[in-house]
Design a binder for this molecule. Structure first.
Ligand code: GH3
Ligand code: MG
Ligand code: MG
Length: 458
C-alpha cells in the first residue's frame, strides 16, 4: 500500500487530492485493523475484509489519476495473493470477485463508450489471470503446508517414540535388578501406566487350572473382566493387541510366541486412540515383562533351592544361619524367650550299614515329615547336616521346649532313637554361641548313653 501511494505520479493533470487523501486514510485504517482487530474473536470470514478494502484503495488511487487502470492493475493482484496464501478457497473466490468488481465497476458505471477498448481488454485479461494465479498459488501453499505438518507430526512422533524407548530402557534396568517376580510385575504395571498415560494397569495370567486371574495391579482398583469372551481373554487367545471401547488396551505378554499373560492398561474416561508411539512402547514393555518375570521366577527358584535341603525338603544349614539371627532380633524386640535344639540320630551309621543307604535316606525323610507335624508354623526345623537336625522354637520356654522335643523323639519312626540338646537364649549371646551350647548339650546326651534330651546350662 505504501508503495502504491508512493509511486503516484505527481501532477500533471487530473490528480484529485481528495481521492488520494481518502486512499491514504483507508490504507491506515486497513493497517490498524490488521494489527489491532481482535481477529481470534471475530468470525473467520471477517479476515477477507482488509484485502477487499484494499481494492477500494486501488479504486480511489485510480480515480485520482482520472480513471486509467494502467498503473494499478498489477497492484490489484496483491490482495488475491494475500488470500491465496492465508485464506481458504472460498475467501480466495471472494477476493477474485473483488478484483473483478474493481476492474468492471468503473467501466459499467461510466459506460463503455467513455473507455477505450484497451481498458476493457486489460480488465478482462486480469480477471482471467487472477483465478489462475490465485488458485495455483493456493494449491502450492496448501501442498507445502501439508508437507510441513506431516514432517512436524512425524518429528513429534519420533520424539515421543524416543521418550518411550528411554522409559522402557529404564524399566528394563529396574527389572533386571529385581529377583522378586511380584515386584517385577508391579514395576511392569506402573511403567505401563506411564507409557499409556493410563489410570490403571493390571497383569492377568492363567492360574494352575488355566483360568485367567489378576496377578498384579497398579492404579485405580478396577475389576477387569477375564472371563471367556472378555477383551482380555480374547486377546490372550488371539495373541494380538486389542483396543476395547476406548477404555482398555490389552497387550499380550508372549514367551516363545505363546501367550503367558495379558497386560491390561485402562482409562476411566474413554480415550480416542493410543498413538503409535505408546502402542509400540507397550509392545516393548510386554516383551520385556515376559523375559523379566521369567528371569525373576528362575532366580527366586534358584534362591529357594539354595536354601533347601534336596533330600528332606527342609531348610538347609544356609537358611538356618540366615534365619537364626533374625529370629533372635525379633525375640529381643518382643522380649520373648527363644530356644534352640540340636537333634542327632543315634548310631545312624549302623542303621545305614544294616539296612542300606537308601533305607537311611528314607528314614531321614520320614523323620522330617513326622517332626514337621509336631511343629507350629512359626517354628523352624532345618537339616543341619548329615543325620543332624536343628530346631528353632520362638516364644518357647525351656520347659515348653523340653516337652516338645520329647514328643519329637517319640515320634521318630522305625524305633530309631534320637539324642538332643536344648538351650534357651540368654538374650545377649551370639547365634553361634547359642548353637554351640545346644550342641554341647547334645554331645553330653551322646556321652551319657544316647536316646535322651539334655538341657544346656545357662
Ligand atoms: P552317633 O550315635 O554317635 O551319632 O553315631 P552315628 O553313627 O549316628 O554317627 P556318625 O557321625 O559316626 O555317623 C553318621 C552317619 O550318618 C554316617 C553317614 O553315613 C550317615 N549319613 C549322613 N548323611 C546321610 C544321608 O544323607 N543319608 C544316609 N543314608 N546316611 C547319612
Ligand atoms: Mg548320629
Ligand atoms: Mg552326627
Amino acid at each position: 500500500m505504501v508503495l502504491a501511494i508512493a509511486v503516484l505520479p505527481l501532477p500533471p493533470d487530473g490528480n484529485r487530492p481528495s481521492a488520494i487523501l481518502l486512499a491514504v486514510g483507508l490504507s491506515a485504517g486497513i493497517v490498524a485493523a490488521a494489527a489491532f482487530a481482535p481477529w481470534h474473536r471475530l468470525p473467520r470470514v471477517a479476515e477477507v475484509v482488509p484485502p477487499l478494502a484494499y481494492f477500494v484503495v486501488i479504486a480511489l488511487l485510480r480515480e485520482s489519476q482520472g480513471g486509467a487502470t494502467s498503473g494499478y492493475a498489477s497492484l490489484a493482484m496483491l490482495p488475491v495473493f494475500w488470500l491465496a496464501l492465508y485464506g481458504n478457497r472460498r475467501e480466495l473466490a471472494i477476493g477474485i470477485a473483488g478484483l473483478a468488481a474493481t476492474f468492471l465497476a468503473p467501466l459499467a458505471l461510466v459506460g463503455s463508450p467513455e473507455y477505450p477498448s484497451s481498458e476493457w481488454q486489460r480488465a478482462l485479461l486480469w480477471i482471467c489471470v487472477a483465478p489462475i494465479v490465485g488458485y495455483t498459488v493456493h494449491a502450492l501453499v496448501a501442498e507445502l503446508r501439508s508437507r510441513a505438518e506431516l514432517a512436524a507430526r512425524s518429528e513429534g512422533e519420533t520424539r515421543r517414540m524416543l521418550a518411550y524407548m528411554a522409559s522402557v530402557t529404564s524399566v528394563t534396568r529396574q527389572l533386571a535388578a529385581s529377583s522378586d517376580p511380584q515386584a517385577v510385575r508391579e514395576v511392569v504395571c506402573s511403567s505401563a501406566i506411564a507409557i499409556g498415560g493410563a489410570e490403571f494397569a493390571q497383569l492377568i495370567e492363567p492360574d494352575d487350572h488355566g483360568a485367567l486371574v489378576r496377578v498384579a495391579g497398579v492404579g485405580e482398583n478396577i475389576d477387569v473382566e477375564t472371563a471367556d469372551g472378555s477383551p482380555a481373554a480374547q486377546e490372550y487367545v488371539s495373541r494380538r493387541p486389542l483396543f476395547a471401547d476406548g477404555a482398555l488396551h490389552c497387550e499380550p505378554v508372549l514367551r516363545d510366541d505363546a501367550a503367558v499373560g495379558v497386560l491390561v492398561v485402562g482409562w476411566l474416561q474413554p480415550v480416542e486412540e493410543l498413538g503409535e508411539a505408546a502402542e509400540s512402547g507397550l509392545r516393548m514393555l510386554a516383551a520385556e515383562a515376559a523375559i523379566a518375570i521369567d528371569r525373576a521366577e528362575l532366580l527366586a527358584r534358584l534362591e529357594a533351592s539354595a536354601r533347601t535341603d534336596d533330600l528332606t525338603g527342609l531348610p538347609n544349614r544356609r537358611a538356618w544361619e540366615q534365619e537364626l539371627p533374625r529370629e533372635l532380633a525379633r525375640a529381643k524386640r518382643d522380649s520373648r524367650p527363644v530356644c534352640v535344639a540340636m537333634l542327632d540320630l543315634d548310631r545312624f551309621k549302623r542303621f545305614n550299614d544294616d539296612q542300606g543307604h537308601q533305607a537311611g535316606d528314607w528314614l531321614l525323610k520320614q523323620a522330617a515329615v513326622a517332626w514337621c507335624e509336631q511343629l507350629r508354623a512359626s517354628d523352624m526345623l532345618a537339616r543341619y547336616g548329615g543325620e543332624e537336625f536343628a530346631v528353632l522354637l520362638p516364644g518357647c520356654t525351656v520347659a515348653d521346649a523340653r516337652l516338645l522335643l520329647e514328643r519329637l523323639r517319640v515320634s521318630m519312626p522305625e524305633a530309631q532313637t534320637v539324642s538332643a540338646g536344648v538351650a534357651c537364649w540368654d538374650g545377649v549371646e551370639s547365634p553361634a554361641e547359642l548353637v554351640g551350647r545346644a550342641d554341647s548339650a547334645l554331645y553330653e546326651a551322646k556321652r551319657s548313653g544316647r536316646d535322651r534330651l539334655i538341657t544346656a546350662a545357662a
